[in-house]
Design a protein around this ligand. Sequence first.
Ligand SMILES: Nc1ncnc2c1ncn2[C@@H]1O[C@H](COP(=O)(O)OP(=O)(O)OP(=O)(O)O)[C@@H](O)[C@H]1O
Ligand SMILES: [Mg+2]
Length: 310
Amino acid sequence: MVDVIVAEGLTKRFGRLTAVDGVSFRVKRGEIFGFLGPNGAGKTTTVRMLIGILPPDGGKAEVLGLDVQEKPVEVRKRIGVVPEASNVYLDLTVWQNLMFMGELYGVPQSVRKAKAKELLEFMGLLERRSEKAGRLSKGLRQRLLICMALMHEPSLLFLDEPTSGLDVQSARQIRQMLQKLNKEGGTTIFLTTHNMWEAEELCHRIAIINHGKLAAINTPEELKATFTRLRTMEVQFDRPASADELSAILNCEVDYAGNRCKIHAENINDVIIQVADYARSRGLKILNLNVLQPSLEDIFLEIIRGGGAG
Ligand SMILES: Nc1ncnc2c1ncn2[C@@H]1O[C@H](COP(=O)(O)OP(=O)(O)OP(=O)(O)O)[C@@H](O)[C@H]1O
Ligand SMILES: [Mg+2]
């Protein structure tokens, strides 16, 4: 499969701060690639280097086969960008914003209107086309931004926190549209997000950046399989058990709710045997026993605290 983004040792310094520190990764055509990291980790700075608006201090980026530093304008013509800070013209109507964007990207006049109509329909904004963008709610403005980024039918779309600050329904609609764009149009999507659940639902692969350095990169499933020590175990007894007693025996954290215990232990395999022994010694019956994979959020927090896989 073709790599549409290649980052090699990308580095950016702002004074004494190294905001992005030797970051390397590849994104394949047709992927939805999630770029995760805490505030200030270097996500937006990386995006800005990839889209050719910020020159790196070290390393290089190739986008759609073009060297970004050598051909920034060519790159920008071929990609769609939904930036972190909105670039909607508030005094223009929804329609005028799209016409302007089409003109900017050299979309032939003959197809501009049809494309705008198609996108507004796709994003559920057609009814609002004559309204000034400044009057749109945040979620609707975000949809307009996505329409604007798609006017020239880019095969690669960058989105910097596209659902940040949106209500549950608006965020979900945007996710569904991105999924559709990817599945039906084959658009490659690079997105940053703080929403772990969103990353898990949307992304084929995820990279986690922390203090400017890439800390992990994998599919959500592989990440979960790698961090086995973050698994938890849920046990249901036929009668209430003592969480404190269990915790002391197992030497690990035990949460308790009714007859259920949630056990956080590094070595689940050993714990299962100990729990069975405990139940037998107390005359308790085990009604249910589940080993739960860690959530992406568990893994994210572990990584940014500095924990490795295992
Ligand atoms: N133009 C700039 N001048 C100086 N420092 C900057 C500049 N742009 C970013 N930084 C700093 O670089 C670091 C990385 O910033 P960046 O915006 O890439 O983070 P981020 O991961 O996108 O964070 P967030 O989740 O808050 O959007 C931060 O410490 C930020 O303050
Ligand atoms: Mg950012």
